[in-house]
Design a protein around this ligand. Structure first.
Ligand SMILES: [Zn+2]
Length: 384
């Protein structure tokens, strides 16, 4: 690869910037206030998580250093990584954001900034945002949430349903959720205090919808349609035997019908909670008319600014609980006139856990189980 003088100076600056700072200087920048710093805006806030893969406790997770974009997507978000990513978004090397969003100098920065994620810490952030924006907040999740940890497997998704209920989730869709099988997933949905939405899953015999395709929530006088888009390729990416009676696919025409249907109901905002993956979301935004926002999942993209395609904004909130997206919207006359966005890094070292959660399921209990060496069956009983 050819390196220009500018590239070299930039690379040298990045190395210097991330390694010469003393630990105290790095730690000093990290406060809850800084993490939550946000330019409040408008009449609605949407908070989003995705692809947490049931990670209840904080983890170390390095963002990928390679992400191949094909055709028009080459070198476009979300296919930017490493130094190119930092330059594109104007992020200072060595900063908490550089640690959270990129792979650059991960090992050094991980020692300073520590583990990320953990639902107890997410709970604190949600609590703070809800306190700041009282009565204006919707919290949605794009799936790959009920599956992915030992505890979720032992409880067959039960632990995460409890967590989402405790966090007052407003709606979700799914992918790995389907690997518990049709019966168990419907059982789990029965325990959810919020809807599981998916417009693109139907009965293979009669084409009847299996789930509610959408739900409408009115928050602070703003009516919001939340349409679900489950992972379209579930039967080929995961064993078909888990979902023998259900059909999947992008089902673009049905999506257009649903969007038209909710538009006819005069909603103020049309949101898709999607598990398409960002490139498919970008294409869908270009082909389906009338979607204001897509909150995506599946491809684990941590994207610091929404990607705009035609009139649709697409949000990618990373994975494993590392991030919580906050989008403040100013909605007037059924359109978005302004917005503020932040992909909030869940830096567990500086985000305290709510006192009640220390007794609760999402933080204390899994830790306790692992420390005390409980056997699997006991652990599952203990949690439920
Ligand atoms: Zn997925």
């Amino acid at each position: 690869m050819h390196m220009t003088r500018r590239d070299f100076i930039q690379a040298a600056a990045i190395v210097a910037g991330s390694t010469v700072l003393p630990p105290a200087a790095l730690a000093g920048r990290l406060t809850l206030e800084n993490i939550l710093k946000f330019k409040e805006k408008g009449n609605l806030t949407i908070v989003h998580t995705t692809d947490t893969h049931a990670q209840l406790v904080p983890i170390y997770y390095r963002e990928p250093s390679t992400n191949i974009g094909v055709g028009k997507n080459r070198a476009q978000p979300p296919h930017l990584t490493g130094r190119g990513f930092l330059t594109h978004y104007g992020i200072k090397p060595g900063s908490p954001e550089a640690f959270a969003y990129s792979s650059v100098d991960f090992q050094t920065l991980a020692r300073e900034y520590g583990k990320m994620g953990g639902f107890a810490h997410i709970a604190t952030l949600l609590q703070q945002i809800r306190a700041e924006r009282e009565g204006k907040v919707l919290y949605i999740d794009s799936g790959d949430t009920l599956h992915g940890s030992a505890v979720s497997l032992w409880t067959r998704g039960q632990d995460m349903v409890r967590v989402l209920n405790q966090l007052s989730c407003d709606a979700m869709t799914g992918h790995w959720e389907f690997t518990y099988g049709e019966e168990r997933l419907l059982e789990l949905i029965g325990q959810m205090q919020f809807p599981f939405v998916a417009q693109n899953v139907h009965d293979t015999d009669w084409e009847d919808p299996i789930f509610e395709p959408y739900t409408i929530k009115t928050v602070n006088g703003v009516s919001v349609a939340l349409i679900g888009q489950a992972f379209p390729y579930t039967p080929i990416a995961n064993p078909r035997r888990f979902i023998p009676n259900w059909s999947f696919g992008i089902k673009e025409e049905n999506m257009q019908n649903i969007v038209d249907q909710v538009r006819a109901k005069k909603v103020d905002l049309v949101v898709v909670i999607s598990h398409n993956g960002m490139d498919v979301d970008k294409k869908m935004a270009a082909r389906v008319r009338g979607i204001d926002l897509i909150f995506g999942g599946h491809t684990h993209d941590a994207v610091p600014r929404p990607v705009q395609v035609e009139k649709t904004l697409i949000i990618g909130s990373g994975c494993y609980g590392k991030f919580l997206s906050r989008l403040d919207l100013d909605i007037k006359g059924k359109s978005i006139v302004d917005f503020s966005f932040k992909l909030i890094p869940v830096l567990s070292r500086v985000i305290p856990t709510p006192i009640s959660s220390r007794e609760g399921i999402w933080c204390g209990r899994p830790a306790l189980i692992f420390q005390s060496g409980f056997r699997k069956r006991q652990a599952a009983e203990f949690i439920i």
